[in-house]
Write a protein that binds this ligand. Structure first.
Ligand code: BDR
Ligand code: CA
Length: 310
């Protein structure tokens, strides 16, 4: 039996999703059982196609399955202003020859969980639609999820509104189901990912790695950086790779157990992840919320991950 942690990555590539997939692709601590896709940064068709292209380009041979094309209740909100019309900012990656699985993402998740004698870690790095629908459709398989290590949410401040982060904002009803599920959750939200900055000089280093993946990831990070000029940083935040890093090496982040509720009603606060601080309110925490990261080790891990490609 392998000691690798079996994982399913649920994503919406997306520039930082692409980096996350490539960071995971050659890691010796994790075994990717499947990559599932969900509408988010772009339409399902585009993000699905992007996942196939990235994985094939990286030589990462894992099953890929398409999930839901829209949130549970709301209309889909995409993020073309960050990730471009194609979702990958025009990255020069050839078309994929790989085909997605002919079964739906949540049915593939169920199949993998049923057939596995070990529990599986879910790593959602897009809106939580697929995960919530999986929990609804297959409640009997909940105990076969080891943990959900997600990128999403923000206890303090958002990036879609002043209080909501994109992945939760897009499908708050799904997030509500996930956070109430009693499955152990690690939440890597903006509180920690805004500390996971990769600076310009480090991006240069990645770009100069002597293989095509280093070049692709370096260029991807340069494109993401354009969006962050307004935030006053020379470089970019790396949201989704934090969730991957957290599974590879949990000690890289500092977490705090918190009771987190999802705001579904608020006129100004829809999709906020409300952290219940204080003795009176923080009963039965449902998530370990990451607030800090060893940034230098994180960036080092990112660089090493890209060197593993040939
Ligand atoms: C999240 O939103 C998306 O645009 C990124 O891919 C990331 O998952 C950050 O808020
Ligand atoms: Ca994402």
């Amino acid at each position: 039996m392998t000691d690798k942690i079996p994982v399913i990555i649920d994503c919406d590539p997306g520039l930082d999703d692409a980096v996350a997939l490539l960071m995971a692709g050659r890691n010796e601590n994790i075994d990717i059982k499947a990559v599932t896709v969900v509408a988010g940064n772009q339409t399902l068709e585009k993000v699905g196609n992007n996942a196939l292209r990235i994985l094939e380009y990286g030589g990462i041979h894992v099953p890929v399955s398409f999930g839901f094309e829209k949130p549970m209740v709301r209309k889909l909100n995409i993020a073309a202003e960050v990730h471009g019309e194609d979702g990958l900012y025009g990255a020069k990656i050839p078309k994929s020859t790989m085909k997605p699985s002919d079964i739906h993402a949540i049915d593939l998740m169920a199949k993998i969980l049923k057939e596995s004698d070990r529990k599986i870690t879910f790593i959602p790095i897009g809106p939580l639609t697929n995960i919530a629908m999986f929990l609804r459709r297959y409640p009997e398989l909940k105990d076969k999820i080891e943990r959900i290590v997600l990128m999403g949410g923000a206890i303090n401040g958002g990036n879609m509104t002043s209080s909501a982060e994109f992945n939760i904002y897009v499908d708050p009803e799904a997030a509500d189901i996930v956070f109430r599920s009693k499955v152990p959750i690690t939440m890597c939200g903006l509180d920690v990912t805004h500390k996971a900055i990769v600076f310009k000089e480090e991006i240069e280093k990645i770009k100069s790695i002597d293989n095509k993946i280093g070049k692709l990831v370096g260029e991807t990070l340069e494109n993401l950086s354009k969006y962050h000029v307004e935030d006053g940083i020379e470089g970019c935040y790396l949201h989704d790779p934090v969730a991957i890093a957290c599974v590879i090496n949990p000690s890289i982040v500092k977490t705090m157990p918190l009771k987190v509720d999802i705001e579904l009603q608020g006129k100004y606060t829809r999709g906020a992840t409300v952290g219940n601080f204080g003795r009176r309110f923080n009963h039965n925490p449902n998530a370990d919320v990451a607030f800090d990261i060893d940034r230098e080790s994180f960036v080092q891990e990112l660089i090493e991950s890209m060197k593993r490609y040939r």
